[in-house]
Design a protein around this ligand. Sequence first.
Ligand code: DOR
Length: 428
Amino acid sequence: MLLIKRGRIIDPANRVDGVFDVLIKNGIIARIALTIEPEEQGLRVIDAEGKIVAPGFIDMHTHLRDPGQESKETIASGCKAAAAGGFTALACMPNTGPVNDSPLITGSIISKALREGCVRVYPIGAITRGLQGEALTDIGALKEAGVVAVSDDGEPVMNAEVMRRALEYVTYFDLPVISHCEDKNLSQNGDMHEGFISTRLGLRGIPAAAEEVMVARDLLLAKMTGSRIHIAHVSTAGSVDLIRTAKAKGVLVTAEATPHHFSLTDEAVASFDTSTKVNPPLRSQKHLDALWEGLADGTIDVIATDHAPHGAKDKDVDYPSAAYGIAGLETAVSLTLSKLVHTSILTIEEAIAKLSLNPARILGINGGSLNEGGDADVTILDLEKEVTIDPENFRSKSRNTPFAGMRLTGGPVMTIVKGDVVWESESP
Ligand code: DOR
């Protein structure tokens, strides 16, 4: 049992912003009131004065690497990293080995997560068998097994006809399709954003259009089919414009941006630090400006990590040989607070909605709000906490972050899942 005292509750779903006490019993929020006295034995009282009490954060874009690449991450370590990052739930992408393209794999991820994971895990099923972009998976059976969305993330569905059929198919199951928008013919396995800096560094460029042509295609297909589409890791100004226009016309599109895309430009690549190599790549300032605008005006609904852990074998190599990906779970919330909230791009309410309510709604899962009688998944934040990113302290098995040594302001101090404290910072 927990009693969270005097925290500022921000719950966008219920339009609540005020100082309340929260009583948690048996994994459920028993009461929210102005003052609750700690009457019962065995109650842990948490002093949250000056802190923010928010609905548990949900990362709708995590790569857990389990099964198949357990040296990079396991369900257990990925969940610990999520908890330390302030997340009470995550949705995991299907690019595992084997790919999560069958109910058997979905079921095994769910049961392993229940046994070994300290946060909630929601699997995302593949759109196509083996992520090959050809034959559709049995999406109905995947849904029955427990997937909350389908995606070939890591790979685009290059064939528009296949994407059309996937979008039609999911309408029977009310699942979103999460699209990794990349035209492989344009991206050509490039190393970084195509522009002045790629030319200067002599690295192979990935043009903004490699993303935008696929965003445009998928918006047209979503319009044609009347299906829901969610655009993963939006990184360019053109994508933001296309999504904004489509939303205004009633297309059922939602979108996410990652902390690395809204925090770093392609200038970071000049260090040749392979932890800056990510797909889509870090873009130029013009694109960051557009992402900030899209986040502020609601075009971009969600902040998601795209946590993509990789080990030394894949990253301690020359830049063109390195794997794409950034381990993001343990830096996302501090980056959001420092780069978006303390800069007044987003209000704290908006940031919380993009980290909890909006992903819950898109995935159709519980959570995203704080209600009496509801699940006690809670994230407590300290907006003023001074944070220096130190990958050596990561709970993730991987350390591939371009943010090492960065000083940020604000971060999570406690993560509560089903009424249990699954993580707390040493100095709250
Ligand atoms: O950088 C990335 N890494 N982008 C993706 O889309 C996939 C991910 C991975 O799985 O490593």
